[in-house]
Design a binder for this molecule. Structure first.
Ligand SMILES: *[C@@H]1O[C@H](CO)[C@@H](O)[C@H](O)[C@H]1NC(C)=O
Ligand SMILES: *[C@@H]1O[C@H](CO)[C@@H](O)[C@H](O)[C@H]1NC(C)=O
Length: 638
């Protein structure tokens, strides 16, 4: 025990002066950034990489950005990649950054806002190419690289055709010993060395059936962070001489692409059988992850990055893996293919299950609602010419705001995808205004009913008062929130079956500021609306319960009532979120609210039908006719 401890210690002590001279001022990894001045035609990326440690050259001309050289341990490739499909705009200069991480043999190019993985992470065997230093000057030209910078230090502002770096071969062992330690860099601050991957390599036959574990342990237990169990079935698929390589990565930020609402586990494992492509295994590979406790409200999913499907972009997919949650600190993945694996944890909103079905229902409901509302508006306008019923302007107001709501909601997804952030800021604000206006009109409907039943003898307020309240008042909070800024924009809803492909809509953003605004406006208004709606319905019911109309026409009243209840109270479903019922409630919420315009029209026709019934009975008994008419008006909105 004693000797085992002191030996590495001696080595490290011996190595410290050595390392200081080896690393010197140079950096282990390379980050080279610049702006590419190119022509306006199609743009390409030329990659030509050979293994070894010579150097790397980053060059650019009118049509191509080229990365050529010999710095990798295992990655060799020669490709021409069209860049325009990765969002590069030929019209303007393009910023790019090249990242080289020698300890992971990983080369990435960030261009057009996308990170392209040119060399997938792996573990170099014996040595790696580090300390890339800037070499010979290249000529200036019309097209090329402007403001070439190493680690954010600009080398020159001129337009150069190429930047050349030469590397130095360094023992991986030495670097990795150092990598796992915190060290003091020359500014006196502590910093972490880049992570080292741990490589396991053996004959397939020996590896099958035994637990292969990473030497790193989870922070809570002294259990290995990752354990891999290969299935027997692999034996039948591959040559007996095949070699299996399992690489354990730790805290690799280079895997973590621009996801906001999901987080990768610290551990990533890559499993491959040399010279074989293995998919659709009948018996799954089991990968156990021990990790820090994940709170219950966050869901987790085993994901894999299939480099054959997505050679350039890191795209974590749930395809081909099953997730078994085994307590807060343990997750087991059962996967049917070989590639990179980890667990994705949803940070903020729980991913919505059945998102596709829900969005189809919503789109359909919105379309039907919009048509219903327009029909209703036409009918109400016609009717207004004939009678001056007080409730018509109110129905009209609600129909107009619901029509706008349905229309905007129908297109919000499209607008988010086409218009992006700038358009979404405005669309989100307008959508918020229309929603608040619809809420207000629902409140007015409820209040007006109450007024008609209780204040039979005082005339209800003029219609312009309602219009002022219903259409102008909701502008106030929206204008305030727009002035505050950073509230409206693209909102991503993450479906549970494809985490990396969120549904985008224009609405309030997912930031805490926007969330606060959401609670202060929507949730508050909604709570008031639902509560007052329930109270008023109850009061109205108590009032009319004793009247004749109620006794004679109970079914019709109840159905109208039911439809009326749908307003406001349905939105109350948003307030309920009970875990086992959440799927059901999501569907109910979606159906009831997106079809609201349709229900509004249904109610209108029911009322009309009842009025006709009433007037035909007026012919029979004139004595009670006028009271009946009056009662129906009262009934208009109960
Ligand atoms: C730009 O460079 C690429 C690769 O180095 C080369 O194939 C191409 O011919 C060059 N184009 C021009 C216009 O010089
Ligand atoms: C690209 O990679 C860099 C470096 O790892 C990272 O800082 C950046 O957030 C990534 N960008 C995207 C869009 O994923």
């Amino acid at each position: 025990m004693e000797t085992r401890l002191t030996d590495p210690l001696k080595t490290v002590l011996f190595l410290i002066p050595l390392l200081c001279t080896v690393s010197g001022e140079n950096d282990l990894y390379l980050k080279f950034c610049g702006t590419w001045r190119h022509g306006k035609n199609a743009l390409n990326l030329n990659v030509n990489l050979l293994t070894g440690c010579g150097g790397i050259s980053i060059s650019a001309n009118e049509s191509s950005l080229s990365i050529k050289g010999k710095i990798t341990a295992q990655c060799a490739r020669s490709d021409v990649i069209p860049l325009n499909k990765f969002g590069l705009n030929s019209e303007v200069d393009s910023d790019f950054c090249l990242y080289w991480e020698p300890l992971l043999d990983q080369l990435k190019l960030k261009v057009g806002g996308k990170n392209l993985t040119l060399c997938w992470p792996a573990s170099p065997k014996d040595s790696c190419c580090t300390d890339l230093s800037y070499g010979a000057n290249a000529p200036e030209a019309k097209y090329g690289i402007i403001n070439g910078a190493v680690k954010d230090d600009i080398i020159t502002h001129k337009i150069l055709t190429a930047y050349n770096f030469s590397g130095r071969s360094t023992s991986t062992n030495v670097l990795c010993k150092q990598a796992n330690q915190t060290f003091f860099n020359n500014t006196g601050k502590t910093a972490m060395r880049p992570p080292c991957a741990q490589r396991f390599e053996s004959g397939l036959k020996d590896a099958i059936g035994s637990n292969i574990t990473s030497s790193a342990t989870s922070s809570l237990f002294s259990e290995p962070a990752v354990a891999v169990l290969l299935p027997q079935v692999l034996n039948n698929l591959t040559k007996t001489s095949s070699k299996v390589v399992i690489t354990f990565f730790k805290k690799n930020l280079l895997f973590q692409e621009g996801y906001n609402e999901v987080k990768l586990l610290n551990d990533v494992v890559d499993i491959s059988v040399e010279n074989e492509i293995i998919t659709d295994l009948s018996e799954p590979i089991r990968i156990g992850f021990n990790h820090d406790a994940i709170p219950k409200k966050h869901s987790r999913k085993c994901v894999s990055w299939d480099t054959r499907k997505d050679p350039l972009l890191v795209n974590w997919l749930v395809d081909g893996c099953e997730t078994l949650v085994r307590g807060a600190e343990h997750t087991e993945c059962m996967c049917n293919h070989l590639t990179y694996f980890t667990v994705l944890v949803e940070m903020k909103p729980r991913p919505v299950r059945h998102l596709l079905e829900l969005s189809v229902i919503t789109s359909m409901g919105c379309a039907i609602s919009f048509i219903s509302c327009i029909t209703l508006i036409v009918l109400l306008c016609k009717k207004r010419r004939r009678s001056n019923e007080q409730s018509i302007p109110i129905h009209l107001g609600l129909a107009v705001s619901l029509a706008l709501l349905s229309l905007l909601f129908f297109f919000t997804g499209v607008l988010a995808n086409v218009g992006g952030e700038s358009v979404c800021t405005w669309v989100g604000a307008v959508l918020h205004y229309v929603l608040l206006s619809s809420f207000t009109w629902m409140g007015i409907e409820a209040f007006h009913t109450f007024w008609l039943v209780y204040m039979v003898f005082s005339p209800s307020p003029k219609s312009y008062v309602w219009n002022l309240v219903g259409f102008v008042l909701p502008i106030v909070p929206v204008v305030i929130l727009t002035a505050v800024g950073d509230i409206y924009g693209v909102r991503e809803v993450v479906p549970s079956d494809d985490i990396s492909n969120p549904y985008r809509m224009c609405w309030m953003k997912g930031t805490s500021k926007a969330l606060l605004a959401h609670y202060f406006t929507n949730m508050t208004v909604l709570t008031i609306l639902v509560l007052s709606g329930i109270v008023m319905l109850f009061l109205v019911f108590r009032e009319i319960r004793t009247r004749d109309e109620w006794k004679q026409n109970r079914v019709a009243f109840l159905s109208i009532w039911g439809l009326s209840c749908l307003f406001g109270t349905t939105w109350g479903l948003a307030l309920i979120n009970i875990e086992p019922l959440s799927d059901f409630i999501h569907f109910l919420f979606c159906i009831l609210n997106s079809f609201q315009g349709f229900f509004l029209m249904l109610r209108f026709f029911m009322l009309d039908w009842m009025r006709k019934q009433a007037s035909s009975s007026v012919l029979g008994s004139t004595s009670s006719g006028s009271t009946r008419q009056h009662m129906l008006q009262c009934q208009e909105k109960s």
